[in-house]
Design a protein around this ligand. Sequence first.
Ligand code: AMP
Ligand code: ZN
Length: 114
Amino acid sequence: MENCVFCKIIKGEIPSAKVYEDEHVYAFKDINPAAPVHVLVVPKLHIESLEQLNDENINCVTHIHKGIKKVAEIEGINKDGYRVIVNCGKDAGQTVFHLHYHVLGGTKMDEKIL
Ligand code: AMP
Ligand code: ZN
């Protein structure tokens, strides 16, 4: 999608610190990390948010979750654990409208809202 920052990152038009990539997903370090490990896992397909998932594209969720496990292993946080966050829409504070899963870890997270 034109003018989508994450589509540009996937295409290599904007630089990123790649952590993992396969046919379906791209994972890279968040530019403004909220934890020692903060990686974004995104589908290569442009999907704006969880609200845009449908019968045609829902398979990407499987690929994203496989990608999250790969990222956790690569970053060495799979044993101690990690948190996965998806912001959907304006009330959740979503700022980039290309579906992305935040993978956070590398520390014991004290602030817990849920
Ligand atoms: P959200 O608030 O859930 O939409 O998250 C968007 C995330 O994308 C934020 O944590 C930003 O720091 C991150 N972000 C925005 N632009 C870039 C970029 N060019 N490279 C890496 N991360 C980015
Ligand atoms: Zn996009």
